[in-house]
Design a protein around this ligand. Structure first.
Ligand code: G3H
Ligand code: 13P
Ligand code: ZN
Ligand code: NA
Length: 283
């Protein structure tokens, strides 16, 4: 069934595991996520970015994800990933999302708080969850120098203030991860993560988690991360699947024979992630 992110986070907090949040852009990805979640008996977040909404259309994303969530026996949240405006969050809330992220991280602290609270006032009225972001999670193309860490990474005291002033259901933190493929091994600031965890009483979200070594993911979950976002790994699996069919059978013209193996590969990687996050058999 469809559930809110808050519900998933409360159970994850109790069981000390993380819920996988996987980005969807089309039917094959939604099906891959649900196949994996069912096989693992795991709760799962299906999330759509602005790019996904632009590509598939908001109505298609909602129809696909809600069909999947309504039909399945595992709990599914449909979540807006990196929403940047109040209007977009409201549109997703009224279209059937059970959770939205308002990413006000590019704004000054007080503006981020005000924007987040505007979204919260609407979301709370209809029982939709809200994730916010504090600190700047870069792209892997953005090289972060050590002296920039304090400016870019989430400040623990600021996190406490932010959560006090908003009361969000989940908080995305910047501790050294980045969106996209990493050039080398990312260096996560676990001390900072632990400090944030001590100061705030809210489930923490790790973005840019594709390419983060398994042991680092485990350590982040041990400290208190309860939602782990994965997109790039699904793109890789999808593309590898498509490439393999096309190179092995250059005359193949049936899209189902090309996308079927891609879907299987995505589902496999999602199952691996679910096991890594400790959310197997938590449905
Ligand atoms: O956070 C970024 C996600 O990987 C979504 O990326 O905006 O290209 O869909 P996108
Ligand atoms: P990756 O693409 O690095 O897995 O990041 C996904 C993400 O954080 C979506 O919000
Ligand atoms: Zn992200
Ligand atoms: Na990444």
């Amino acid at each position: 069934p469809m559930v809110t992110l808050a519900e998933l986070m409360a159970k994850a907090e109790e069981g000390k595991y993380a819920v996988g949040a996987f980005n969807c852009n089309n039917m094959e990805i939604v099906q891959a996520i649900i196949m994996a979640a069912e096989a693992e008996r795991a709760p799962v977040v299906i999330q759509a970015s602005q790019g996904a909404i632009k590509y598939a259309g908001l109505d298609y994303i909602v129809a696909l994800a809600r069909l999947a969530g309504d039909k399945t026996s595992v709990p599914v949240a449909l979540h807006l990933d990196h929403g940047t405006s109040f209007e977009q969050c409201v549109q997703c809330i009224s279209s059937g999302f059970t959770s939205v992220m308002i990413d006000g991280s590019k704004h000054a602290l007080e503006d981020n708080i005000a924007l987040t609270n505007r979204v919260l006032s609407v979301a709370r009225a209809v029982g939709v969850s809200v994730e916010a972001e504090l600190g700047k999670i870069g792209g892997t193309e953005d090289d972060i120098h050590v002296d920039e860490k304090d400016a870019l990474f989430t400040d623990p005291e600021e996190a406490r203030y932010f959560v006090d002033k908003t009361g969000v259901d989940a908080l995305a933190v910047a501790i050294g991860t980045a969106h996209g493929q990493y050039k080398g091994r990312p260096e996560l600031d676990f001390d900072r993560l632990a400090k944030i965890e001590q100061l705030v009483d809210v489930p923490l979200v790790l973005h840019g988690s594709s390419g983060v070594p398994d042991e680092d993911i485990r350590r982040a979950i041990e400290i208190g991360v309860r939602k782990v976002n994965i997109d790039t790994n699904l793109r890789e699996a999808f593309t590898e699947g498509v490439r393999e069919v096309i190179s092995q059978k250059p005359n193949e013209i049936d899209p189902r024979k090309i996308l079927g193996p891609a879907k299987e590969r995505m589902s496999e990687i999602i199952r691996e992630k679910i096991r890594l996050f400790g959310s197997s058999n938590k449905a």
